[in-house]
Design a protein around this ligand. Structure first.
Ligand code: EPU
Length: 331
């Protein structure tokens, strides 16, 4: 394991903002984590785990040790469709490989940037599917005990863009075990997919292609325009609150949640209504095609993006009495 000093993180975060890590290491083998953590505790350094850097915003230089997880492996386990995938694998590549091997279910989650290890942390979701539906267990390194253990899905506390891994800083995801489908069972409940396939006749490949097409038409490619997808979560409110918002903005949509009394409101819709699409603050801007996505026009600092985000959430609070939680992790 090699520890580098004064490493430029620009290429390690999909916003492409400039920040320097005082110390940086890349982990190829899970057991190297022990050494990295021992180094950090010896030198009293804070640590931050990094996957693909596609859901993170660096506000300034990082004074501690950045640990980039780059362990790779995809293992077929004995039961049909059961797969253990190392945290450092690329998510979208996994989706493609599964499809070509006749393993289905992940097609709605195509083109999500980032690594497999990040997927359970924020319980990635898109087009009507969340990764928790396929997770059997998550293997973690527990820095509190220095041991590796497997956590069953039920212990992962999954909910909308949330899990135990977001809150317990001692748990580092090493691999994810997924139970995929060996028969196609396309999910087209999400409105945009229903519209694309009115007859209901559809293959997994067609869902994959359509999700890729919709995402590419709305969401900027981080390789071209720095961004981290949705910056905020969609707020979950009571049905009463939704009804009172509807008096203000009549055609406001809402989506069901797991709880009967609560609905999810599209923050992008509200931000769009307030005219945020395309607005700029220096080199930070709101994407012209999607109001929930903040972009780096080239030379934005983490702070520029953060200040723009704060202006957006204040306007939602003052106009609609709703507070927006960030989906992106601010460092
Ligand atoms: N809308 C607007 N204006 C906009 C963008 C959207 O009015 O500028 C409206 C749309 O017409 C639609 C509603 O807002 O009625 C929702 O838009 P969309 O379908 O794009 O979904 P979203 O709620 O903004 C969520 C996820 C995305 C995921 C899509 C598709 C969150 C925070 N975001 O976005 O996830 O791809 O649904 O399922 O839940 C991500 O997490 O980074 C991400 C991109």
């Amino acid at each position: 394991m090699q520890i580098k000093e004064q490493v430029d993180l620009t290429d390690f975060n999909s916003f492409g903002v400039h920040a320097i890590a005082a110390y940086f290491t890349e982990i190829q083998q899970p057991h190297d984590l022990n050494e990295a953590m021992a180094y950090a505790s010896q030198h009293r350094l804070p640590t931050q785990i990094l996957g693909g850097g596609s859901n993170i915003l660096f506000l300034h230089d990082y004074p501690g040790l950045i640990v980039r997880l780059a362990n790779r492996a995809v293992e077929r386990l004995s039961a049909p469709g059961l797969l253990r995938v190392a945290a450092g694998e690329n998510w979208h590549q996994l989706v493609i490989n599964c499809m070509s091997e006749g393993l289905y279910g992940l097609e709605n989650l195509a083109l999500i940037p980032g690594t497999v290890g990040a997927a359970p942390i924020q319980n990635i979701g898109a087009y009507g599917v969340e990764i928790e539906q396929f997770i059997v267990e998550v293997e973690v390194f527990d820095t509190a005990t220095g041991t590796v253990r497997r956590m069953h899905k039920a212990d992962c506390e999954f909910s909308y863009r949330d899990s135990i891994f977001k809150h317990s800083r001692n748990l580092i995801v090493l691999s994810v075990t997924l139970q995929l489908l060996t028969q196609q069972s396309p999910q087209i409940g999400y409105q945009a997919l229903r519209d694309a396939f009115p007859s209901g006749e559809v293959t997994a490949q067609q869902v994959f292609d359509t999700v890729c097409r919709i995402r590419s038409s709305k969401l900027p490619d981080p390789a071209i325009l720095g961004n981290a997808g949705s910056f905020f979560k969609n707020p979950i409110v009571s049905k009463d609150k939704y009804q009172s918002l509807k008096q203000q903005v009549q055609d406001l949509p809402c989506y069901p949640t797991a709880e009967d009394e609560l609905v999810k409101i599209p923050a992008a819709w509200l931000l769009d209504r307030l005219g945020w699409k395309g607005r700029q603050r220096g080199q930070a801007a709101v994407h012209t095609k999607h109001a929930l996505v903040l972009v780096n026009l080239g030379a934005a600092s983490g702070e520029d993006i953060y200040l723009l985000a704060q202006e957006m959430s204040s306007s939602i609070l003052s106009n609609f009495g709703l507070s927006l939680d960030t989906e992106v992790k601010i460092i």
